[in-house]
Structure formats: structure tokens, C-alpha cells
Design a protein around this ligand. Sequence first.
Ligand code: ATP
Length: 243
Amino acid sequence: MTYSIETENLTKVYKGFAANDGVSLKVPKGSIFGLIGRNGAGKTTLMKMILGFSSKTSGTIRINGKETEEELWKERGKIGSIIEVPAFYDEMSCYENTMYHARLLGIKDKGVVDQVLEEVGLSKFKRRKVKAFSLGMRQKLGIACAVLGNPDILLLDEPTNGLDPVAIAEIRRLLQSLNKKGVTIFISSHILGEMEKIATDYAFMMDGKVIRNISAEELKQTGKDLETYFLDIVGGETDEKDS
Ligand code: ATP
């Protein structure tokens, strides 16, 4: 099996507190890999280290099988990402913001910008200033900018939180179509019903550690849905237990 992202014993310590404590996981190439965990479990910290936004304390990161610092920076260029809330210039239009990101990536072809805005369903709003955008529109613009450089891997930290059901379904279709084209998607979300609709693999994090890995196929064989499975392993209450 080929892996897009691998970590081994990856650790991040902030002033004596291990936000990631020996995280080992393997994200298969072509998968939609769901990272699940309670608030503060360490998901964003892990994503930031993979992207190089945050330095690791110890451990190994491998992207497309490469692990030296020099190689990693090259491979990171093939990752599109949204970490926390995507940042834009509010006074600039949707089109200008996308153009700005395109230029940063060295993309000169305006057709590429038009195409990604079409793909995420923002074409008809491209002249609107971003300050007038709803949360869902901002998230779609974030995804548009993340896919601009034609990435091999998309790394998305909670891309559907706060979105309405229509926007969630639109983003689902967009991610599925990108995945069909071969893009590996590493995604964190608290919306477990939504994750279950798209993910092929899961890792569950708790207190800075990956406490379990399971494929969607293996989950199906347990006869449990994702929420019940997650609550069982983190020791949460389920409706079933309550009744
Ligand atoms: P959420 O689901 O709420 O987004 P998360 O799983 O993404 O949570 P992280 O943001 O990775 O969690 O945080 C993990 C832990 O590390 C938390 O206890 C957090 O307070 C701590 N932490 C994160 N960044 C820093 C920082 N810069 N300095 C100190 N502690 C930090």
C-alpha cells in the first residue's frame, strides 16, 4: 500500500504539555481519511505539523514517502489546506481573493481561477466582496483556494462546521469528485454523520494520542455507526445506554 501521509511517534510539547504524544498514523493514497476526536484531542496540532506551520518536538513525518526536511517542503507544495478559519481580504471580491492566492502559487492562467470558482459553486458570486460572504461561502472559497494548485492531497480542518445542510451536501459532492480524480483527503470533523458518508478510513484521537484506526469497511462489520463506535471508545454516553 502507498501512503500519502505517515507519521511515526510524532510529538509536540508546549511548555511541558504534550498536545501530540507519539502519534503514528498512515493515510492511504486515494483515501478520504477522517480524523476524529474531542475538542483539544490534538487534531489541529497534528495537521499544523504535517503542513510545517508548527515545528515538531520529535518523531517522523513522511509525505508521499519523503521524510528529509528538504524533501518534505517540496511535497508540502502538493498539499492544499484549510486550517481553522480560512483568511481572506474582506474588502476584496471573491475573484480578487482567489486571484491573489493563485498568484502566490505562481498561477498566471485566469482560466484556472474561473474553473475552481465554478467547481465550488461560487461563479455567480465572484464579484461580491468577501465581507458580504456567509460562513458557507467563505468555506467554499477556502476550498477553492486550497485546490487551486491542483494538489495531490487536501488537508481540511473542520471544513463543514457551522454550515447549513445544503452547503454540507455541496461540499461533500465536491470532495467526492476531487477524490475520484485521485486527490487524497485528510479531514477532521465533529459532524460524525457527515464523516460516515464520505470517509474510507478513520483515526480516533484522544489526549494527544491516536487510540484507534479503523477502515470504513471494518466499521461496517462492527454493526455500529460511527457515533456509537466513537462514544464507546472515548467512554461517552450514547442514547442507547441512556434508555
Ligand atoms: P478542536 O476539536 O477543539 O479544534 P483539536 O483536537 O484540534 O481541538 P488542538 O487545537 O490540536 O486540538 O489542541 C490540542 C491541545 O494543545 C489543547 O489542549 C490546546 O490547548 C493545546 N495547544 C494547542 N496549541 C497550543 C499552543 N500554541 N500553545 C499551548 N498549547 C496549545
